[in-house]
Write a protein that binds this ligand. Structure first.
Ligand code: ATP
Length: 312
């Protein structure tokens, strides 16, 4: 079955933006574009420049150099209208001492939504999130994960054309993370283009069409998710599970190993070229004197990410 083609209207075009904070270069010549209908994921380690970039896009902070073009209504603008954008900030931004429903309706109404429709939609979302009975409570009494759910609803209730979600999975348990993947896909199908940042590679793999990998303010990869496997996934990962302590130094003497990741005291992952056959890998592993179980697999986004970030 051929995949349905997503529309290819460029709704955001970012050209060569730079941002420094005194001695720190947070964003160093970043360019990318987002097409209508994309789920575009920003990935990178702590301090890589993700939040700074997202804040620049929303004019919360100014870039030192570079250009941003938004086009959400058929015209090119430097900044979008408030009703066109949904923003889930990294730091929680909602009123903690206001009843949840009141807060949600107010925020949607200042972004152009009719109050009655906002209340109906907010109640539906609260129902889906299992929080309908908490509607009149103040946000501050909710758990961290539940506050995150409300924050998410606040960012998309007014059905924005473009949602910027800074770490939407943060604070959520594994079950809720999966539920949020479905929510993100659902609002995307309903017409919201999504730009998100995240640290959970296995969730990004299930959600995003395109990824932008940033490290130390610079782009390491910018393109289709599938393309990163084609470009950097031409390896095989050999996982060694040790039954007792092992000599980590011995791993460095293994022939033809491309990358070594000592995960903990009983697990190491070794990356080899995809064409290296198992017989010669096993022969190379004879330099290890401890017992281990072995398995092999194609690199995941998580593996590729670690390889790229550690070597750049
Ligand atoms: P994380 O995954 O930890 O949220 P990030 O990729 O979002 O990280 P940023 O918050 O964009 O990273 O930070 C990039 C760099 O810019 C960091 O070194 C950070 O300390 C620095 N930085 C960000 N904001 C400021 C600021 N207001 N003043 C000084 N330095 C800042």
């Amino acid at each position: 079955m051929t995949k349905p083609k997503r529309m290819q209207n460029r709704v955001l075009n970012v050209k060569s933006i730079h941002k420094s904070f005194s001695s720190v270069t947070a964003v160093d010549d970043i360019s990318f574009s987002v097409e209508q209908g994309d789920i575009f994921a920003f990935l990178g380690p702590n301090g890589a420049g993700k939040t700074t970039t997202l804040r620049i896009l929303l004019d919360i902070i100014k870039a030192d150099k570079g250009q941003i073009e938004w086009n959400l209504d058929g015209r090119v603008n430097q900044w979008p209208q408030a009703n066109q954008i949904g923003y889930l900030p990294e730091e929680r931004g909602l009123y903690l001492d206001v009843p949840i429903l009141k807060s949600l309706v107010y925020l949607a109404s200042i972004r152009g939504m009719d109050k009655k429709a906002a209340k109906k939609s907010a109640l539906e979302w609260l129902e889906r999130l299992g929080l309908a009975d908490r509607a009149k409570e103040k946000l501050q009494v909710l758990s961290k994960g539940n506050q995150q759910k409300i924050q998410f609803v606040a960012s998309i209730l007014h059905k924005p054309a473009f949602a910027i979600l800074d770490e939407p999975f943060s604070g959520l348990d594994p079950l809720n993370q999966e539920i949020f993947i479905d929510f993100i896909k659902e609002i995307n199908k309903q017409g919201t283009t999504i730009l998100l940042s995240a640290h959970q590679m296995q969730l990004v793999e299930k959600t995003a069409h395109k990824i932008f990998l940033i490290n130390k303010g610079k782009a390491l990869y910018n393109g289709e998710l599938s393309g990163i496997y084609d470009t950097y996934g031409n390896h095989q990962v050999i996982e060694l599970r040790f039954k007792s302590s092992f000599d980590k130094e011995a791993l460095n003497t293994i022939k033809d190993v491309i990358h070594i990741d000592v995960v903990d005291d009983s697990l190491a992952k070794l990356t080899f070229d995809q064409h290296k056959d198992m017989k010669s890998i096993l022969s190379a592993l004879t330099v290890i004197n401890s017992d281990f179980d072995i398995s092999s697999y194609k690199p995941s986004l998580h593996d590729i990410y670690l390889n790229l970030v550690k070597t750049n």
